[in-house]
Ligand binder design. Structure first.
Ligand SMILES: O=C(O)CCC(=O)C(=O)O
Ligand SMILES: [Fe+2]
Length: 199
């Protein structure tokens, strides 16, 4: 039963994610369907069901350590408990994302940042646990094919807009990431900014 529910949910959320991707393409002055091609076959999209048990000392325990989502887009459903925090770029302060019933949180991932050559920016986030209540969330990660070479889109590059990132292989990036992500440490594993061109 759970399997069918998950499959139906992910099918519908995938449609939503592709709609979002089309809107992003249009906003960059590209044809609506120009990004969908990267997800045609061998895509590495996946969904994660998260359960965060309560913890008496929430300040000592992190639910999910600070990170940016490395893929294209994340569609997140969270319950009413809350705990997701995003990091403000200006002063590094962590801001709680207030749960809105019935609403998804859409995160732009690193790939959209690189494709758009910094027009879009992925946000750093983490999850704090709650002292009394357990929390559930569902994260759907829209990710391209394993063999995708990620780089600023050619259409957005000209003599006034130099590429801000070197190209990298998504499959390799993802494998490397999985080895060390979410270990709740402050050390950094592989990050897209490692591919940033020197200014
Ligand atoms: O549970 C959440 O609210 C977010 C989880 C998350 O950031 C992730 O799985 O990448
Ligand atoms: Fe995340």
């Amino acid at each position: 039963m759970i399997r069918e529910a998950c499959e139906e949910y992910s099918r519908e959320v995938e449609k939503l994610a592709h709609k979002m991707l089309e809107l992003i393409a249009l906003s960059l002055g590209l044809a609506a369907n120009s990004l969908n091609v990267y997800f045609k076959d061998h895509q590495t999209t996946f969904m994660r069901l998260n359960h965060y048990p309560p913890c008496p000392s929430p300040t000592l325990a992190l639910g999910v350590g600070r990170h940016k989502d490395g893929g294209a887009l994340t569609v997140l459903a969270q319950d009413e408990v809350g705990g997701l925090e995003v990091r403000k770029k200006s002063d590094g302060e962590w801001i709680r994302v207030k749960p809105t019933p019935g609403a998804f949180i859409i995160n732009v991932g690193d790939i959209v940042q690189v494709w758009s050559n910094d027009k879009y920016e992925s946000v750093e986030h983490r999850v704090m646990v709650n002292s009394e209540k357990e929390r559930f969330s569902i994260a759907f990660f829209l990710n391209p094919a394993h063999y995708t070479v990620v780089k600023p889109l050619d259409e957005l590059i000209d003599e006034n807009n130099a590429p801000k990132f070197k190209s990298y292989n998504w499959g390799k990036f993802m494998t490397h990431r999985k080895d060390s992500a979410f270990t709740k440490q402050n050390v950094e594993n592989i990050q897209t900014h490692h591919f940033r061109m020197q200014e």
